[in-house]
Design a protein around this ligand. Structure first.
Ligand code: SAM
Ligand code: SF4
Length: 432
């Protein structure tokens, strides 16, 4: 979502004359779009500002803007603590960035804007063009969260759940497809909680998927990140009915232990999660999964952790994210007694080794088979291209003339944990 926001911030400032530069030292304005989800996020931002300060020691000070969730969480404090920072703007008010910049230059006064103004943000963004024309493009459809897991800052930094109007999203998708996008990835902190009502009807994520499936030049649809509780029947059905919806779902569980899930306030059990996986596999036998895990949550015992390992073995996730619990300011879990650090590290290693072994085995299954790859870019100075298969696994393949934005058949010859390697085959063969 930060990547989407960064692109949109650029789309906004480009209307008042700013241009991107690859040379930091040439910049007269730097925007640090920040994430607050884990560990020392705030300190990392101050460290980066410190580095910028050094780099510009002998040249004119650039305008320094901090946006994103650290800006939201720290707000006014940032301006007090680091005089090199000029503007602080939260993730729900960055649509006003041009006014903030112009006001700053007019009045030479530092500015902090951290309102939750989501409706106006998307209305404003609707009127601004997209400069990005990537084969795979993001669209934020939903923001914020009302679920309040005990470890998570999102409800405090991104604010309450908000779903964008249905037509606004479809229009944005059509614009991106006309710009050359072949894949749309719908984004939201709780993307499958999407819920928009107008005078005629109530729209859910399934309605969006069905509508996107009808866009002619669009080839692939994905969405992330989903909460298990919102995997409704209509959404599950889309995995058999929407031909462009890719058979891959990122569905975070966090822990395999019901005790820990309860302590986390996750609002789902291990059994419920597994029942969703089962239903999805029944409706589409090609579907594969990835997940997020938190290890070392306060009160996690060896037995609780083993339940997580057991669940990983049961589902066979093809790639996942795993983290040690990081106490976040303002969350209920912040107050809890932390588990032993070394034990947490050991558990993370154990989990990551297991996830990695499964990932290697899953990738091996593609070897000597053909798979359909959406070509995203050419690797510089080589006759090699990069793309992804239906399960989102990166594929690097040899080809003399592959076309960016096309779907091509690749014979997979080898693989490692993260990537499949192969060669493009010209004659169309039924792909795996
Ligand atoms: N809404 C999604 C869900 O509920 O599954 C997850 C979105 S959250 C922004 C992304 C991931 O960051 C979470 O799934 C969780 O694994 C991780 N995360 C969030 N807070 C964390 C914390 N305090 N410590 C460690 N990991 C955390
Ligand atoms: Fe954070 Fe996801 Fe829980 Fe919301 S549902 S509080 S975004 S982990």
């Amino acid at each position: 979502m930060n990547e989407y926001d960064s692109n949109r911030i650029y789309d906004l400032v480009s209307t008042i004359g700013y241009e991107k530069t690859d040379f930091k030292k040439k910049a007269n304005c730097l925007v640090l779009n920040t994430c607050h989800i884990r560990e020392k996020a705030t300190e990392k931002v101050y460290d980066e500002v410190g580095r910028i300060k050094k780099e510009f020691r002998n040249s004119k000070k650039p305008l320094v803007i901090i946006s994103g969730c650290v800006a939201q969480a720290e707000s006014e404090e940032m301006l007090k603590r680091e005089p090199f920072i000029d503007i602080v703007v939260g993730p729900q008010s960055y649509h006003k960035i041009n006014d903030l910049i112009l006001n700053y230059y007019r009045e030479s006064k530092k500015i902090n804007l951290t309102d939750f103004d989501t409706v106006n943000k998307f209305d404003k963004l609707e009127s601004i063009g997209h400069s990005v024309n990537k084969t795979s493009s993001y669209i934020t459809i939903q923001e914020g969260c009302d679920k309040f897991c005990n470890f998570c800052v999102v409800p405090y930094t991104r604010g309450p759940e908000y779903s964008r109007p249905f037509n606004q999203i479809i229009n944005e998708a059509e614009t991106l497809v006309n710009n050359g996008a072949k894949e749309i990835v719908l984004l939201g902190q709780n993307v499958n909680a999407y819920n928009f009502t107008n005078t005629k009807m109530n729209f859910r994520l399934s309605h969006l998927l069905i509508a996107l499936n009808k866009i002619k030049k669009l080839e692939r649809i994905r969405f992330t990140t989903s909460h298990p509780k919102d995997m409704s029947e209509d959404l599950i059905k889309c995995y058999s009915e929407c031909t462009k919806l890719m058979p891959f779902l990122h569905l975070p569980i966090q822990s395999g232990s019901n005790k820990i899930l309860k302590l986390m306030n996750r609002k789902h059990t291990r059994e419920y999660y597994l029942s969703i996986i089962k239903k999805l596999k029944e409706i589409n036998n090609k579907i594969k999964f990835s997940s997020d895990f938190i290890v070392g949550y306060p009160e996690e015992t060896e037995d609780d952790f083993n339940e997580t390992l057991d669940l990983v073995n049961l589902v066979g996730f093809i790639n996942s994210y795993s983290f040690i619990f990081s106490p976040r300011p303002g969350t209920p879990a912040m107050e809890k007694k932390l588990n032993n650090k070394n034990q947490n590290k050991e558990r993370l290693n154990k989990l990551q080794n297991l996830l990695s072994n499964i990932q290697i085995q899953e990738n091996k299954k593609f070897e000597n088979k053909h798979c359909e790859v959406l070509v995203e870019n050419k690797i510089t100075n080589q006759n090699k291209f990069f793309g992804r298969n239906k399960h989102m696994t990166p594929v690097i393949f040899t080809s003399n003339n592959s076309k960016i934005g096309s779907i091509t058949n690749v014979k997979i010859e080898s693989s490692n944990r993260n990537t499949l390697f192969g060669s493009e085959i010209n004659n169309k063969i039924e792909a795996a």
